[in-house]
Design a protein around this ligand. Structure first.
Ligand SMILES: NC(=O)c1ccc[n+]([C@@H]2O[C@H](COP(=O)([O-])OP(=O)(O)OC[C@H]3O[C@@H](n4cnc5c(N)ncnc54)[C@H](OP(=O)(O)O)[C@@H]3O)[C@@H](O)[C@H]2O)c1
Length: 359
């Protein structure tokens, strides 16, 4: 297979940096274009990102000297020179919606981390192990956009990347009610302790817009493709509280749920242990071998110890037990900028490639 040339829109940001790091040495994709705002355009990447580089490994040599392009002004040039782009930008929602559709109309597929298109009925919002079949909506989206190749596919919010996968193998038992409290890392806001010192020794009980996304997006992910749109499911009813905690990376969730057909704890553990999704069956390069890991120890998963499990692509679960108000409760964890952002988007791009949507 020919290696594909890939652009990163928002390359200087927290998620953009993670893309550059994770794609170093990728067997299918080579990063050839980096783009950001007019503030960064025209500078070598090393200079444009400067002291904001927050990844544990140094800037890959191949990226360091690339001259950053302007994601808006240079879009024709970018779209013509790559096979597809990853997009993670901090702009107004309408601007992002227009920018992503503009790339798609230029016949350049967009795999996006942004929320702007998550509600668009013909844009698939994919967790590759959970709803890979939703990419089947792409031909309908192409008809609307009038494109042959271009489309937009999006990732869901990072807050739900632990509890939606954990609940997924139980959905046929009729998951009726879910309560989730999330404890979210500061990198989820594109920040570090250096740029957000107020977060040291502190908890902030509010993340703008996060609870709405955490309650609504799972219903589309579990929805059905019907003709030219994805129709969300109406159950389970989900309520959440999303809280910012002094952790660098890793979103943890405390989850309570009820089932229409209650099964034993052993049956739930068996379903988690045996769960395999399309990425595992296809052997995609970024797929974790075991997506859902259950820890028997009472004090796991822990963010610092367990967020890097399977290169940050697995979901860690622990403390499954019966509850007095709901049927069961458990705790789960996923790495927000890997599985919850760049890594999840790379896995989605691998799925789209394997299924022929990038041809
Ligand atoms: N962090 C996470 O864990 C996470 C998880 C899932 C999804 N997301 C989503 O991913 C997106 C990016 O998040 P982030 O945390 O990486 O943000 P960030 O660190 O603030 O980075 C924002 C990026 O957007 C670029 N940008 C800003 N204005 C622009 C413009 N007018 N034109 C082109 N590029 C522009 C910035 O470029 P300059 O450097 O040139 O300003 C920078 O590269 C957001 O939509 C966020 O909601 C983040």
């Amino acid at each position: 297979m020919r290696k594909m040339n890939v652009g990163i829109i928002g390359a200087t940001g927290m998620v953009g940096q993670r893309f550059i790091s994770l794609l170093e040495g990728h067997p299918w994709f080579t990063v050839t274009v980096l783009a950001a705002s007019a503030r960064s355009a025209g500078k070598p990447y090393r200079e444009a990102v400067g002291s904001r580089w927050a990844m544990p490994s140094p800037i890959p040599a191949a990226a360091a000297d690339l001259v950053v392009l302007d994601a808006v002004k240079d879009k024709e040039k970018i779209a013509a020179s790559v096979d597809f782009v990853f997009c993670a930008v901090d702009m107004k929602k309408e601007e992002i919606r227009d920018l992503e559709e503009a790339y798609a109309r230029l016949e350049c597929p967009v795999v996006s981390n942004n929320s702007a298109h998550r509600g668009t009925p013909d844009v698939p919002m994919v967790i590759p192990e959970v709803n890979p079949e939703h990419i089947g909506i792409i031909p309908a989206q192409r008809r609307r956009l009038g494109t042959k190749r271009g489309f937009v596919a999006v990732k869901s919010n990072c807050s739900l990347q632990s509890y939606v996968p954990a609940l997924h193998p139980l959905m046929d038992l009729g998951v009726s009610k879910v309560l989730a409290c999330t404890y979210q890392a500061i990198s989820g806001a594109g920040r570090t302790f250096a740029t957000w010192p107020e977060m040291q020794d502190n908890v902030i009980p509010y993340i703008g817009g996060e609870e709405e996304k955490s309650e609504k997006e799972p219903l589309k992910i579990w929805g059905k493709v019907e003709q030219d749109q994805i129709v969300p499911v109406s159950a389970p009813s989900i309520t959440t509280q999303c809280i910012r905690v002094p952790v660098a990376d890793g979103h943890l969730a405390a989850v309570f749920f009820s089932l229409e057909h209650k099964v034993s704890k052993e049956e739930i553990l068996r379903r988690w242990a045996e769960f395999r999704g399309e990425p595992q069956l296809l052997g995609l390069p970024s797929a974790p071998a075991q997506f859902l890991h259950y820890f028997e120890e009472n004090d796991r998963p822990q963010t610092r110890l367990d967020r890097e499990l399977e290169k940050g692509m697995a979901v860690s679960i622990g403390r499954l037990r019966e509850d007095s108000q709901y049927d069961y409760k458990f705790v789960c964890l996923s790495h927000n900028t890997i599985r919850g952002a760049a890594g999840g988007a790379i896995l989605m791009a691998e799925l789209l490639t394997a299924k022929g949507y990038m041809d």
